[in-house]
Design a protein around this ligand. Sequence first.
Ligand code: MV4
Length: 511
Amino acid sequence: MATSRSEAPLFRRVLVANRGEIALRVIRACRELGIETVAVFSEPDRGALHVRQADHAYPVGPAPAADSYLRIDRILEVAARAGADAIHPGYGFLSERAVFARACADAGITFIGPAPEAIEAMGDKLEARRRVGAAGVPVVPGSPDPIADDAQVEMLARAIGFPVMLKASAGGGGKGMRLVDTPERLASSLRAARSEARSAFGDDRVYVEKAIVRPRHVEVQVLGDRHGSLVHLYERECSVQRRHQKVIEESPSPAVDQAIRERMGAVALAAARSVDYVGAGTVEFLLDQDGSFYFLEMNTRIQVEHAITEAVTGVDLVRAQIEIAAGRPLAFRQQDVVQRGHAIECRIYAEDPDNGFLPAPGRIEVLRVPSGIGIRDDSGVYEGFEVSTFYDPMISKLIAWGATRPEAIARMRRALREYVVVGPTANVAFHRWALAHPAFVAGDVDTGFIGREWRPGAGAAHLDADLPLIGAAMAAAVQRAVRAGAVAPSGPTAASRSRWKQAARREACRD
Ligand code: MV4
């Protein structure tokens, strides 16, 4: 099939080394580009959507990721057998393993991502600080080298000023991190950080930084091609998270004005250039209350929240990744990238916000996904699909776009009213609570928002008006599932449950 842009496809066949919504996202991009796709799947994923949508599909092992989606040998074996000429790693799994990128190259297969050297440099947080710092990027004041001993960390911390943050050089995403308020706690925190780093990464190098109090997490999307062109696609606000797991993201950031935006974009490009970055990447910053910002780390992959940048800039980031990997120059310049309107993403998880956000896997009995103007839902599941305990419990990414932030919020709230999941407990009510919270509505969130504001049960007040949207067939299915004892109603509170059941029964009896 010829594409609209050129006769020869960029690749003949792309292996997608991932599962879930991101595997589908890549398969869709390939389909639009006229590229065949090869899915890989673990045993429980045999019936998954990515397997159904790909042109070819091969098993790679049992449920544990270490025995399937992380098996470099099996994935490369499948690539060879299926005749794939490129591999897209998605996010997570093998996406930031330099050894995998290198193994692909050695096998003569294009890794759709940056060079292994760039993955490696950014994967080591001390090396990343050194590299970007030398390029003039602001980094949080701290030690340039690993901490040697208790005496040294005390000297450094006193010079920096408390509170300080101890971080694992091999870490990232919060693992091996310790906040230290007083000198008395330094030695024991250092010991704890070291042992966590050693067991998690097999590398116990720890360094110290000044702790930024109540920071925002703001990140900048970049794209670099093989011809030296590097552009940024502006920022995403990712402060609404818990335990280093993002829950709501938006673009633009309500905390970023035009002056910060321009500086942050330029700084992100300098950081990416310091490792000759090629492909799609994200430069993360801590934004202080006074408007100063500091490089945190660079993610050398496509990210979950990339779709809000797509909504605001109109750039298909996954297509761009594939084009870049095929050696095409970027089709646009920095001045062509403009932010238009506002986008918000709510990550719909099979988890219980009333019970410590514990994962709540299970069979999806009923699924009603919102749509309508300004709404995109990227999902890897369907009714009857089992959300497995083995993988991330994300059900879908719900994205709302509006011309303004209030319009995007209104559309998201409307979409969240339409969203019905029966089977696993889902965090839909949590999102309704968050999108109605005065601080969120004011754009006044930082990384402590959920921890400070969320109380178990707070979602109940936001669950009312979805009943009219539940159709008869669905209501009947819900009833059957609930009567059979297979599921508990996921949405309603105890107070509204009987009302809800009555309404469902009325609906079911209508036809
Ligand atoms: C920090 C910080 C405050 N000061 N560093 C958490 C994830 C890891 N990548 C870095 N993290 C942080 N580093 C200094 N010097 C606060 C955090 C942090 C955080 C950062 C981004 C998003 C959410 C967060 C939640 C808690 C702490």
